[in-house]
Design a protein around this ligand. Sequence first.
Ligand code: MG
Length: 398
Amino acid sequence: MPIITNVRTILTAPEGINLIVVKVETDQEGLYGLGCATFAYRELAVKSVVDDYLKPLLVGRDTNKIEDLWHLMHHNAYWRNDAISNNAISGVDMALWDIKGKIANLPVYELLGGKSREGVPYYRHVNGKTLSEIVDKIEVYKKQNVKHIRIQWGLYGGIAKDLNTPKNSEPGIYSNPTQYILDTLRMFEYVRKECGDEIELIHDIHERLSPKDAIYLAKQLEKYRLFYLEDPFSPEQADYIANIKSQCTTPIAIGELFNNPKEWEYLIKNRLIDFIRVHISQIGGFTPAKKLAIFAEQFGVQTAWHGPGDVSPVGHAANVHLSLNSHNLGILEWCGFSDLMYKVFPGMPYEENGYLYVSNKPGFGIDIDEELAKKYPHQTNVTKWTQTRLPDGTLVTP
Ligand code: MG
């Protein structure tokens, strides 16, 4: 049995976003695993949990006992289910799955029961300053056979115009909810007219609206037949989803901010959401994610794992392996990566003709060029994009 000899973090930012990868090394020649622990905006805190607390806990233990080690890490600090601990645990957990696949000489999806499909359908993001820019970008993806597109007029909360803020207002990213709602409805009308009814459209409210405004928007969007509407509410207000479900058929996806099983259990077992889209490292890794996928399947809820640029390529590989296996896959978010990322992370998933594929090497099939990664050091900065405000200056969820 392979024994853990070292656990360490690798911080890198090839595309300017802090990525945290955990490497678990063993006593067997050349046998190691990689996992994603990316909490891009608190990277040093995650690094400390891995290097200062998990490493001493884990060195000398059997890599095969993933289930036991996950619970050991989860309960070790007594307090649990927080974002920093969960990401740290995820880094180790995914690395152990990677090692198990390498021992078995099988890709991880085979350890789960094999493929439900040969490639994973994904969606891409389109945003633009003008409606014609949005349509032009959609047409580019349509030519690549991408069938699902998330559309935003501007970034989250729209492009605020004619703001009248109080004097001495705090700096931040301001949005005007009424203008955002009306602009979003105009965008959907325009895109449906220009791009047709077949393309599958997604929109992310990104918890920017009050519950009453989000319910109004969800209802008005019903006629545009969305694939799903994402994060209409913050996790704190997620019980409002019952109000949307009682009033319209717009499908709902939520979960990228969830940390704790109690946040999804009620929504899934009461069939209040259509897609669960947690950030896999944020809930503690591959082990809890595979359990969540199976739990959701029992209630007819589909998966749409969070897949933006602040998930490392190792995390994306985990997303694709799980999505290849899960019978209840809905869609996967994919943001596309530069050639540089494919050099830093050889073997990372790739897109082709509307589907995502993995390298099919054992484990997650992905590696890291540590020397190249070092050339792109992480940056510890004050996070600005989360400082979002209403026209009167009130801070709101980002
Ligand atoms: Mg989102």
